[in-house]
Design a protein around this ligand. Structure first.
Ligand SMILES: Cc1cc2nc3c(=O)[nH]c(=O)nc-3n(C[C@H](O)[C@H](O)[C@H](O)COP(=O)(O)O)c2cc1C
Length: 303
């Protein structure tokens, strides 16, 4: 059986990776998961300078999901390279650094710095963050801005470049096409859907930041629909995510057109879920006499 996939020149032994922000910098989960079994390791979103994030409370459970307003807290690129990356170099799966910036310049500089480090194989740019130069509007909700920022990052790196799309848009295929045109090697989708929750006793928001990002099983149908629409609109590979809790969920994403998948919120419920998803995909392939995972990708039967 062959579970290996190629994502923009990056070879993955299997299609299952971790979703940024839900797996720390790898080390935090290494007691629960043999990191060598993962398709790729995606780390928490990084910025040029360390970031403290938003005020608490930053996590709220919802029906079938979770809201978070972590606010992209992270140790910063330099600390990541010096303190976290040496540990990750011991493992065989490709390491993907998720990153973001406040401006197009910051995005480009962050990409250049990460690309100069030894042991990073791919970059995943998070464009669901605000653009300071444009009145704090979100980069990834305008196809022109998406094109611009991806093009600048493309010029700054030779690593595999993955653009992580925001679902908080009317037509995600417009953003996907803009990223592809600007030189992205792959797309990942979806990031969290914006949401909020209110404590009716105090009449206060449940999150310190009022608004947060919804993830988990609640978002899966939306994510699947967006992957399917995007699969039909672009040629570059898609990494699907949003509410994957089991191998069955992951297979749905593959059938909708994702070439790889990422597991996020499920890691908080079951820290060894990633390996269970990999094993479950293998069992499904065996049970259905599928020899190569590529037979599943985009294998949805419509008629
Ligand atoms: C606590 C938390 C932190 C996250 N941090 C990041 C981040 O730093 N960068 C990013 O691109 N996505 C981040 N995400 C989004 C996830 O990577 C993923 O796209 C989303 O949660 C949907 O997948 P899931 O339902 O499996 O969690 C975060 C999600 C959660 C729940």
């Amino acid at each position: 059986m062959n579970l290996a996939v190629d994502i923009g020149g990056m070879k993955l032994a299997n299609p299952v990776m971790t979703a940024s922000g839900t797996f720390g910098y790898g080390l935090e989960y290494s007691e629960f998961v043999d990191l060598n079994r993962l398709g790729a390791i995606v780390v928490k979103g990084l910025s040029l300078k360390p970031k403290e994030g938003n005020p608490p409370p930053r996590l709220v459970e919802t029906a079938a999901g979770m809201l978070n307003s972590i606010g992209l807290q992270n140790v910063g690129i330099e600390n990541f390279i010096e303190e976290k990356l040496p540990f990750l170099r011991k493992f065989t799966p490709p390491v993907i650094a998720n990153f973001f910036g406040d401006s197009i310049e910051e995005f480009a500089e962050a990409a250049a710095r990460l690309s100069a480090a030894d042991g990073i194989h791919g970059l995943e740019m998070n464009i669901s963050c605000p653009n300071k130069q444009a009145g704090w509007c979100i980069f990834g909700t305008d196809p022109k801005v998406t094109f611009e920022v991806v093009k600048r990052v493309r010029e700054a790196t030779d690593l595999t470049l993955i653009v992580k799309l925001s679902p908080n848009v009317t037509d995600i295929t417009a953003m996907a096409k803009a990223a592809e045109e600007a030189g992205a090697d792959a797309l990942s989708m979806i990031n969290t859907l914006t949401g909020m929750a209110i404590d009716i006793g105090t009449r206060r928001p449940k999150l310190g930041n009022v608004i947060g990002g919804l993830s988990g099983p609640a978002v899966k149908p939306v994510a699947l629909r967006m992957v399917w629409e995007t699969y039909k609109a672009v040629k570059i590979p898609i990494i699907g995510m949003g509410g994957i809790m089991s191998a069955g969920d992951a297979i749905e994403f593959l059938l909708a057109g994702a070439r790889a998948v990422a597991v996020g919120t499920a890691n908080f419920v079951n820290p060894s879920v990633t390996v269970e998803v990999i094993e479950g995909i293998g069992k499904y392939m065996e049970g259905n006499a599928i020899e190569d995972i590529s037979e599943l990708i985009g294998g949805l039967r419509i008629s």
